[in-house]
Design a protein around this ligand. Sequence first.
Ligand SMILES: Cc1cc2nc3c(=O)[nH]c(=O)nc-3n(C[C@H](O)[C@H](O)[C@H](O)COP(=O)(O)OP(=O)(O)OC[C@H]3O[C@@H](n4cnc5c(N)ncnc54)[C@H](O)[C@@H]3O)c2cc1C
Length: 411
Amino acid sequence: MEEAEVVVIGGGIIGSAIGFQLAVRDFGRVVIVERGAGPGEGSTGASSSIVRTLYSRPETVRMALHGQAAYRNWAEFTGIEQPRSRFHSVGMLWMMGYGNAEASTARDRLIDQGGRAEVLDAAGVHTLFPALSTCAEPFDLSGRIPHTCRPLEAALFEPDAGFADPTGANQDLIEAARREGAEVLFRAEVEAVRKEGNRVTGVDLADGRTIRAPLIVNAGGPWCNRLNDMAGARLGWTINPTRVQVGYRLRPAEVPEPIPVVADATTGIYFRPEASGQQILFGSVLAEDESEQVDPDHYKTGADAAFLDSKIHALHHRLPDLPYRGTLTGIAGLYSINEEDVHPILGPTAVEGWWVANGFSGHGFKLAPMVGSMMARAITGVTRPFDTDVPISFFGVDRTPLTVHEKNVLA
Ligand SMILES: Cc1cc2nc3c(=O)[nH]c(=O)nc-3n(C[C@H](O)[C@H](O)[C@H](O)COP(=O)(O)OP(=O)(O)OC[C@H]3O[C@@H](n4cnc5c(N)ncnc54)[C@H](O)[C@@H]3O)c2cc1C
């Protein structure tokens, strides 16, 4: 029987961030157990990996800003000279149908927390991003209702936002965790959680091994409910594994660069460049596209034709030079949606030694570096460079659900 100080269940972006931060704080023997053959097999591998900071709650804005600083300085954060993941600092444009006052309020929320943001009018958007239509008129995706474009009043620009490489970042954190002494076991599925009374004492793996540990972290992503059941932990939150789709379209030279990350409430999509600008990746910002609850072991991993058809119309509206030729492909991955307030649930539970990092609701990639440091600081008491000052209790298991502007990925 093996012994460890802590077992982290799940080697996605969250589990690897926690494992790395525990190991770098010298917390004894840290073991990450991942049932997949490598990193990126869960939500993380399908992630659009957008790293932006506009949230309803100032604390989440600040945590996202600190996560962004980690991704923007990834070599220093991970201690890897040539990391696999690179930050693409393309900026993010929020085309939310804002009036000037609303856009200024959103800008001030970011600036108050130490971020950079500016309000642009239609001419300002056109100067920075000539490929984008600046129309603010709501759009009928079926094309049946005639549409006359009218320019937007105000958009919000986050110049420091961008995106990274999700599986590369996950691999980097695994490498950094190993370098700091953590053990990372792939093809290692937890089948049972051992307990004595109300205290966890270890995990049983599917291959017959047992690892004894007084502290176990559930970083199981969309499988988190099963793990909480194994530990007998009732969090009192509803977390649903939810199928979410993304499409890809080639970007021919007719569509001029630069293209930022765009959130487009007029048509309900988001998009960003992909594959060194050769493609456009697009998805939905609508709550109705985050409602398909599934079994995380059995769901359709390709995108639906109906989803791609409607979203491509929206993309053509926003990028009018995008030609109608070219292959359209798509995938589906999983969000773990915390139905109460779409924010993560972090920290100790009522079961002694059982900690959770669950319910990321579509925000887990950008928050992961700070989730790792928050959890590790709470466990070890050690503070490190890059740590966020947002208290873990803000996301605590026993909190009252937070009030947010929208109960979807924009939260
Ligand atoms: C289409 C899509 C787009 C997204 N876009 C963004 C975005 O732009 N920005 C952003 O911030 N976030 C985004 N997200 C969300 C983000 O990707 C997730 O919040 C994040 O990846 C969650 O990481 P995780 O480590 O919790 O989960 P996962 O990556 O799913 O990792 C959990 C791991 O636990 C393992 N596991 C489960 N059960 C067991 C067991 N019994 N034993 C051992 N291992 C086990 C699984 O195999 C899995 O690898 C997106 C997600 C999707 C699907």
